[in-house]
Design a protein around this ligand. Structure first.
Ligand SMILES: Cc1cc2nc3c(=O)[nH]c(=O)nc-3n(C[C@H](O)[C@H](O)[C@H](O)COP(=O)(O)OP(=O)(O)OC[C@H]3O[C@@H](n4cnc5c(N)ncnc54)[C@H](O)[C@@H]3O)c2cc1C
Length: 273
C-alpha cells in the first residue's frame, strides 16, 4: 500500500531539525525501518517527516572512561563496527541480534528504542542504566532509561529529539535473545549487568507491553537463589506477554526464569555467595 502523502524535509543540523519539527508538525525519520513500514501499512499517518539521518552531530560514537556515548542517528552496523562499543558486551550482543545486515545498515540506535516491548536495545538500555539526551526548542534534558522508555511508550512529545544515548560500562554484562531464526523478533530476551559498585541489574524484553525491570529480584544470597524461580515466576504471572505463532504467552512467561538464570550465570553472579 502507498502511504498517504506527506512532506519530506532533510535537516543538516539539530537546530534545523528542531525548527522543522516544530514548524511542520513533523516527526523525525532516521533509518525508516519502522516509520516507513507503518506509513506504508497506514497504521500511522503523518503530515511531514524530518530526515535526521545525515546530521553529523548525531553520528558520533565516543568511549570516555567508564561511559560510551552513541549519537542518536548512528546506524546499528556503524555501532557494531566501532571498537569502543565492543567494551559493552551486552550492547554489542544485542546489536548483533537486531534483524539482518540490511536492517542494521539503516536502523538507528535511537529509532530502535521506539520498538516498545520488543526492542533489543531497550532491554540493554534499562538493565544497563543508560541515559538518553533529549533536545527540544526549550533546551536540553537527560532522561534515565526508565523515564525515556516510559515517554516512548506513552507518546513521545512532539518536537523532541533524542540526540545521544549514554551507556555506563558495566564490569560484566550479557544479553540473550530467543528467536526462531536469527533475523526474527525475540520470543523473549534478557540482559544482566554487574557494575563496579556491586549493583546487579536484570531486564526482560518481549514478555510484556513494556521492557520489564527485574533488578529487584536479582539474588544476593544463596537463600535468594533458592527462591529465584519462585519470585521470577510470580513476576511472570503478572505480565501480559504478546502472542505469536511461535511463542505464546505461557512459553514467554516460563522463559523469564530460564533466561534470567542464564544471564546471571554468564556474568558470574550465579550462584551468589
Ligand atoms: C525485517 C526487519 C527485522 C527487524 N528485526 C528486529 C529485531 O530483531 N530486533 C529489533 O529490536 N528490531 C527489529 N526490527 C525493527 C527495527 O530495528 C527498528 O524498526 C529500527 O531499529 C528503527 O530504527 P530506525 O532508525 O529505522 O527508526 P525510524 O523507522 O526512522 O523511526 C522509528 C520511530 O522512532 C522515532 N525516532 C527515530 N529517531 C529519533 C530521534 N533521534 N528522536 C526522537 N524520535 C526518533 C521516529 O519518529 C519513529 O517514530 C526489524 C525491522 C525490520 C524491517
Amino acid at each position: 500500500m502507498r502511504p498517504t502523502p506527506f512532506a519530506y524535509h532533510r535537516a543538516q543540523s539539530v537546530d534545523e531539525a528542531l525548527a522543522l519539527l516544530r514548524a511542520a508538525e513533523a516527526v523525525p525519520l532516521a533509518g525508516g525501518q519502522a516509520l516507513l513500514k507503518d506509513l506504508r501499512a497506514r497504521v500511522r499517518e503523518v503530515r511531514s517527516v524530518v530526515d535526521i539521518a545525515r546530521i553529523a552531530e548525531l553520528q558520533l560514537i565516543e568511549g570516555n572512561g567508564g561511559e560510551l556515548a552513541t549519537g542518536a542517528a548512528v546506524s546499528l552496523s556503524a555501532a557494531l563496527a566501532h571498537p569502543a562499543v565492543a567494551r559493552h558486551a551486552a550492547l554489542h550482543q544485542a546489536l548483533q541480534r537486531v534483524g539482518d545486515t540490511q536492517v542494521r545498515n539503516r536502523a538507528s540506535v535511537a529509532g530502535n528504542l521506539f520498538g516498545g516491548g520488543t526492542s533489543d536495545l531497550a532491554v540493554v538500555l534499562l538493565a544497563g542504566r543508560a541515559r538518553v539526551r533529549v533536545r527540544d526548542t526549550a533546551g536540553e534534558s537527560v532522561l534515565d532509561a526508565a523515564s525515556a522508555l516510559g515517554a516512548i511508550l506513552h507518546g513521545w512529545p512532539r518536537g523532541s529529539l533524542i540526540t545521544s544515548v549514554h551507556w555506563p560500562l558495566p564490569l560484566a554484562s550479557h544479553y540473550i535473545k530467543l528467536s526462531r531464526r536469527t533475523v526474527d523478533p525475540a520470543m523473549a530476551a534478557c540482559c544482566a549487568c554487574r557494575f563496579a559498585d556491586g549493583t546487579l541489574t536484570l531486564a526482560f524484553g518481549s514478555v510484556h507491553t513494556a521492557i520489564v525491570d527485574a533488578s529487584a529480584l536479582c539474588p544476593r544470597t544463596a537463600a535468594d537463589a533458592g527462591a529465584f524461580e519462585h519470585t521470577i515466576d510470580a513476576l511472570a504471572a503478572s505480565l501480559a506477554p504478546p502472542d505469536s505463532a511461535h511463542a505464546g504467552p505461557d512459553y514467554r512467561r516460563r522463559m523469564l526464569a530460564v533466561l534470567g538464570r542464564r544471564a546471571l550465570d554468564a556474568i558470574d553472579a550465579w550462584p551468589p555467595a
